[in-house]
Design a protein around this ligand. Structure first.
Ligand code: PHE
Length: 337
């Protein structure tokens, strides 16, 4: 009987001192395992003289239940402690001030966003197309025949894949849109374009925003009003705007848009080459053949389109005279925006 009491004592102590679940497993087999101390006593019941056997058996069985119960309780305790320790490790201080990004948006990003904000306010949706474009979308479908000067190697970056090139303008997004959507269409397409051009006002990569409206009643006056409204909003002044006749294979009639020089107020300066006018975009009524190329009935629908250079507008707006400065990432420049 004292053996049973002693065993209870030692089991209690050991269970209480276990430091983790592994340790508890060890104690469990030490007492309750096949060769465990309690199991040993259980087997011994048979050898006890009959008059003491019942009492001894009851005590040993009670001990077994007690030890099982204690282990179960300790197991629960240890599991809870493990979870708590895990939570403690993962604890985050939510009162620490948030990460504050250093730096600012690039002037081209700012200009692009401003342009898109004006057009979306006028009801235009925003469309994007790939920079590696099908030659047919960039040229053929836009009515630019294979012998057109714009196709010459000096202008276009061709790539090692037959039928593909780096788009030279955002106009192929017109084609993509008209192939995918039925009129009425009213979209703008921002993005990078590539040309073999390199001087203080031209960069081999630059950004354009294209505009396209196709509907039953799209008209030249609508186009002029849209462009004028945009330009006045963009430059935040009541600018003089004029259309000058021009030529693009994919529009007819075509025009170039000039604004009164924002640098000299039309007095004549280096930037406007003493003319008082600055050319800022191309535009025109979508050529009926281009509509037909995209499966749009040119007897029922008309369209107008325009395309502008984002760097050009940014240079005029911020009064920057060299396009290269946008791509040098000189912090003294970038910090001004
Ligand atoms: N895609 C022409 C260019 O890059 C601009 C343009 C767009 C002209 C739409 C007319 C209509 O020069």
């Amino acid at each position: 009987m004292t053996e049973v009491d002693e065993l209870r004592e030692s089991a209690l102590k050991e269970i209480k001192n276990t430091k983790d679940l592994n340790d508890l497993q060890r104690v469990r087999s030490e007492y309750l395992g096949r060769k465990g101390k309690v199991t040993f006593l259980l087997k011994k019941i048979r050898e006890i003289p009959p008059e003491e056997r019942k009492e001894f058996g009851r005590k040993v069985n009670q001990l077994k239940e007690e030890v099982e119960e204690l282990i179960k309780e300790r197991e629960k305790e240890l599991k809870e402690r493990e979870i708590e320790e895990e939570l403690e490790k993962e604890w985050e201080d939510l009162t620490i001030p948030p990460f504050r990004p250093v730096g600012s948006l690039h002037p081209i990003t700012l200009t692009l966003r401003r342009i898109l904000r004006i057009f979306t306010a006028m009801g235009f949706t925003v469309r994007e197309g790939p920079e590696v474009e099908l030659e047919s979308y960039n040229f053929d479908m836009l009515n630019i025949p294979p012998d057109h000067p714009a196709r010459e190697m000096q202008d276009t970056f061709y790539i090692n894949k037959e039928g593909y090139l780096l788009r030279t303008h955002t106009s192929p997004v017109q084609i993509r849109t008209m192939l995918e959507e039925k009129p009425p269409i009213q979209m703008v397409a921002p993005g990078k374009v590539y040309r073999r051009d390199d001087d203080p006002t031209h960069s081999p990569m630059f950004h354009q925003v294209e505009g396209l409206v196709v509907s039953e009643d799209a008209s030249f006056p609508q186009m002029k009003y849209t462009i004028e409204t945009f330009l006045k909003e963009f430059f935040q002044q009541d600018l003089p705007v004029r259309l000058r006749t021009s030529y693009f294979p994919f529009t007819e009639p075509s025009a170039e848009v000039d604004i009164g020089c924002v640098i000299c107020g039309q007095k004549g300066c280096r930037v406007c080459k003493e003319t008082g006018w600055l050319e800022v975009m191309g535009c025109g009524m979508v050529h009926p053949q281009v509509l037909e190329n995209c499966g749009i009935d040119s007897d029922l629908y008309q369209g107008f389109a325009f395309g502008m250079g984002v760097e050009r507008l940014a240079m005029l707006y911020y009064r920057i005279d060299n396009i290269k400065i946008f791509y040098e990432n000189d912090l003294r420049f970038l910090r001004q925006f």
